[in-house]
Design a protein around this ligand. Structure first.
Ligand SMILES: CC(C)(COP(=O)(O)OP(=O)(O)OC[C@H]1O[C@@H](n2cnc3c(N)ncnc32)[C@H](O)[C@@H]1OP(=O)(O)O)[C@@H](O)C(=O)NCCC(=O)NCCS
Length: 209
């Protein structure tokens, strides 16, 4: 109760700031997203489309997972970021210079980063020069419906995570993950599970992350 009273002014302030930046970024939202904390969102001439029931944690305090950043969304000229219904994310970075599609019911864990661009040319002769413009490799990213991306993972340009797949914590994805598989590591590879054994892992209810 006391905590609610103390946090009410902060939440009201954050709601106003988020409303302003969502408007400024010309977000096309089916329904207003639930945002804990303050979102960093910039649209430099692209499109941002949000479904309904989107939940975004965007503050260190908003998720005990240890995410050290706010949720950052950047969309470049002519690019499209599409986020489906019931998507949840915590302190993630989405940088979209071409196309990022996050389908319905996807969960992006704390500190996940999704980039659809290399940011810089790979050729050292043109990197950091005016010729670099137009030479940076980009490619669309799709995170399929019902998939779950573990904390700290990075999904790089031209990647496709299949529906209902799992990306293990701290993995780096570049390429295609088929539907319904678990992939882990850097570079991410299919995880076939440990040798058969009795699963004694304690089960708990999900944290609201
Ligand atoms: C990928 C994951 C689901 C696998 O679970 P699991 O099938 O029970 O796997 P196990 O614990 O039996 O591990 C099997 C093997 O994979 C390895 N492994 C598991 N997860 C790994 C990961 N993320 N990266 C690298 N290796 C991993 C284990 O060390 C083990 O190796 P070994 O066989 O050489 O001993 C789980 O480890 C994981 O990463 N969960 C994500 C949690 C998370 O980030 N939540 C988001 C919070 S916002």
């Amino acid at each position: 109760m006391i905590w609610k009273l103390i946090s009410a002014p902060r939440n009201a302030y954050n709601a106003i700031v988020n409303w302003f930046w969502l408007r400024r970024a010309r977000v096309e939202a089916e329904a207003r997203p639930t945002i804990n904390g303050r979102l960093y969102i910039r649209n430099r001439g692209g499109r941002i489309v949000l479904g309904s029931g989107v939940r975004i944690n965007s503050a260190h305090w908003a998720n005990p997972i240890g995410g050290s950043t706010r949720t950052t969304v950047f969309v470049g000229p002519g690019a499209t970021l599409t986020i489906g219904d019931n998507v949840g994310m915590s302190n993630v970075s989405l940088v979209c210079n071409d196309s990022i599609t996050i389908e319905d019911n996807v969960l992006l864990g704390g500190d996940v980063r999704i980039y659809d661009t290399d940011f810089h040319a790979l050729e050292s002769e043109i990197r950091n020069t005016p010729e670099e413009a137009g030479q940076v490799r980009t490619g669309p990213v799709v995170v399929g419906r019902d998939s779950f991306v573990g904390a700290g993972s990075m999904i790089l340009r031209s990647s496709n995570v299949g529906a209902a797949s799992i990306v293990g914590a701290m993995s780096v994805v570049r390429g295609t993950i088929p539907p319904g598989e678990i992939w882990i590591g850097n570079p991410a590879r299919q995880h076939r599970g440990a040798a058969p054994r009795q699963d004694t892992t304690r089960r708990t209810k999900p944290l609201d992350t």
